[in-house]
Design a protein around this ligand. Structure first.
Ligand code: ADP
Ligand code: MG
Length: 578
């Protein structure tokens, strides 16, 4: 199941929401930009008057010098204001972009784990990398530039109209063709660009699948078929690329003519009016200088409009991450006690393929329950139900009478946590890695957690103790050490119920046993559900649950189950023979 894409309207509303949260800074940029534009508008005005005066023969040398001095001063002032306007515009763009990215990351790290797993991490990684960098330029540079261009165009046209409305009306001839072109281009380009991105994603998918499974492809002798699939996808992508390139070609043809035409139009129109005595030479000078100044912002605006189209698809994918429905709705209910219970829990990862078929289980607070059973029987899935990682498809998992799905993520983790054999060491110090369990923990608390797990012996042997940098590019921890760090994190988090899913299976039997002893001291008083693959752990447990085919088939103490002579008894017999 893929992650959702935000519908156009939602994306628009959210973008607008982000912008309004910066309205003061946008207003400030606007004010500065207007000032900068006004400064550039002065020179054509003065030059126009100068031409009029000189052609009438009233322009003295002093007057000319004065005008030149004013133009120089205004130009310098304009450049200075422009510098600040650009600077504020750019920092605003950076802030908006940073905000967008942080918003996305916050959402990403709080996505329901089950959604991330079923959508595949590829889609999510694509959105946080490719899509983000695709809109980066637009948000950081484009948004402020679009503002700047719009302000410049509007004010230049207004200034031209003030100088000579009839003459300036000539500028409007570019509007109909540009308008027509845009209303043709915009509605068809967005779907076309989106189809193009999708075609590229399909092509990437086909290539990656084939390359990653090259051995299977060879073994099955389906190389030709994969080639045909890839060729087909290349053809689709190529077709769409050609199509969008054709769209751009036609757009730019019209716009190119359109943005060059104002000066020509003004000169012709001005000549026509001047011949009939309706326009002065000065006004023609002023308006045609304005027409020339319009060219740059119009060209820039065109560039950005095209990029806006290209970026829209990425934006809807980025904002789509926020559309993922939460798998929990905190009701504020407070669990009464720490007793966990499963009632009629059924679960399917995929529709129609049920993995757990109705499980009832009551955990006794403080007990140690070992879960055993063959591979694929649903032990890990049961652990995920208990830890609230996946909500059950039907039935309920409760703590103190409150369904886990009624608790917020933070509340849930205070009650129950899951440790598997998959653990990740984050780049940072050992203390940082442990602190993930409780971000506000001080060094003393972290130290005690490390000691509780018995990791202090090797941590202290490191040059900088728990301040040693670990993770990619730094010291590499052994699987056992990494696992201990993960467990220290758990001690810090201190939930009353812990689910350990083969948490020690990567360690050699001797260290596993040692760690388990330390762990049981560290976790004294906690309820521990432990999926085990070494049966001596089951022997030590208070109770044992045997899971077969998605059901708990036997439940009792080690002695009871051995005496029962059922599944557990035969597992135990087989295991103790080894
Ligand atoms: P165990 O831990 O006992 O080996 P699991 O709980 O991992 O068993 O798996 C139980 C069943 O659920 C297996 O048939 C497995 O193929 C299936 N399964 C496990 N994880 C997933 C998943 N993410 N998507 C689909 N099926 C899964
Ligand atoms: Mg498992």
């Amino acid at each position: 199941m893929a992650l959702p894409v935000a519908p156009g309207r939602v994306a628009m509303r959210k973008t607008f929401g982000i912008m309004t949260s910066y309205r003061r800074r946008f207003a400030w940029v606007l004010v500065l930009q207007v000032a900068a534009v006004l400064a550039t508008l002065v020179a054509p005005q003065l030059l126009g008057r100068l031409v009029t005066r000189v052609s009438e023969g009233t322009g003295t040398v002093g007057y000319v010098d004065g005008v030149v001095a004013v133009i120089v001063a205004v130009t310098i002032a304009g450049a200075a204001i422009n510098r600040f306007a650009q600077m504020y515009a750019r920092t605003l763009g950076e802030s908006v972009f940073a905000d967008l990215r942080e918003r996305m990351m916050t959402r990403v790290v709080h996505l329901p784990l089950s959604t991330v797993e079923s959508a595949g991490t590829g889609d999510l990684v694509g959105r946080t990398t490719n899509d983000v960098s695709r809109i980066e330029f637009l948000v950081r540079v484009g948004v402020p530039q679009i503002m700047v261009c719009t302000v410049t165009i509007v004010f230049t046209i207004v200034a031209a109209a003030v100088s000579d409305p009839v003459l300036a009306a000539g500028l409007l001839v570019v509007v109909p063709p540009v308008w027509a072109m845009m209303s043709w281009y915009l509605p068809i380009s967005v779907p076309a660009y989106r189809a193009e991105s999708a075609a590229h994603a399909r092509l990437n998918g086909a290539v990656t699948e084939t390359v990653e499974n090259a051995e299977t492809v060879d073994a099955l002798g389906i190389g030709r078929r994969r080639e045909a699939v890839i060729a087909d996808r290349v053809a689709q992508a190529w077709g769409l690329e050609r199509y969008t390139a054709g769209l751009r070609l036609r757009l730019f043809l019209v716009l190119d003519v359109a943005w060059r035409s104002p000066v020509v139009v003004i000169l012709i129109w001005g000549g026509f009016l001047a011949a009939r005595g309706h326009a002065t030479l000065g006004a023609i000078t002023t308006v045609s200088l304005y027409a020339m100044e319009l060219r740059k912002p119009i060209a820039q605006l065109m560039f950005w409009i095209d990029l806006v189209q290209v970026s829209q698809a990425s934006l809807t994918r980025i904002l789509g991450v926020e559309e993922v429905r939460d798998d929990r709705t905190p009701t504020g209910a407070v669990p009464d006690g720490t007793r966990m219970a499963l009632r009629g829990v059924r679960f399917s990862y995929r529709q129609g393929v049920e993995v757990l078929h109705g499980i009832d289980l009551d955990l006794v607070p403080g007990e140690r329950l070992a879960v055993v059973g063959p591979s694929g029987s649903g032990k890990s899935t049961l652990g995920r139900m208990l830890a609230g990682i996946n909500p059950p498809t039907s039935g309920s998992v409760t703590v103190g009478g409150v369904p886990l799905t009624d608790l917020s993520e933070a509340e849930l983790r205070q009650h129950v946590a899951l440790v598997t054999q998959e653990h990740h060491v984050f780049v940072g110090t050992i203390a940082d890695n442990v602190r993930l369990g409780r971000p506000d923990a001080d060094d003393g608390t972290i130290r005690r957690a490390i000691e509780a797990i018995g990791a202090n012996s090797w941590v202290d042997a490191l040059g900088e103790g728990m301040r040693t940098m670990v993770g990619s590019g730094h010291l590499t921890l052994s699987p056992a050490q990494a696992q201990e760090v993960a467990l220290a994190r758990l001690v810090l988090l201190d939930p009353h119920t812990l689910i350990l899913d083969e948490a020690t299976s990567l360690l050699d039997p001797r260290s596993a046993r040692a760690l388990e002893r330390t762990l049981s001291t560290a976790l004294a008083g906690r309820t521990v559900v432990e999926v085990v693959h070494r049966l001596y752990t089951a022997q030590d447990a208070d109770r044992v649950a045997v899971v077969m085919d998605g059901r708990i088939v036997e439940l009792g103490t080690h002695e009871q189950l051995v005496a029962l002579g059922g599944e557990y008894a035969s597992l135990w017999e087989a295991w103790s023979q080894e």
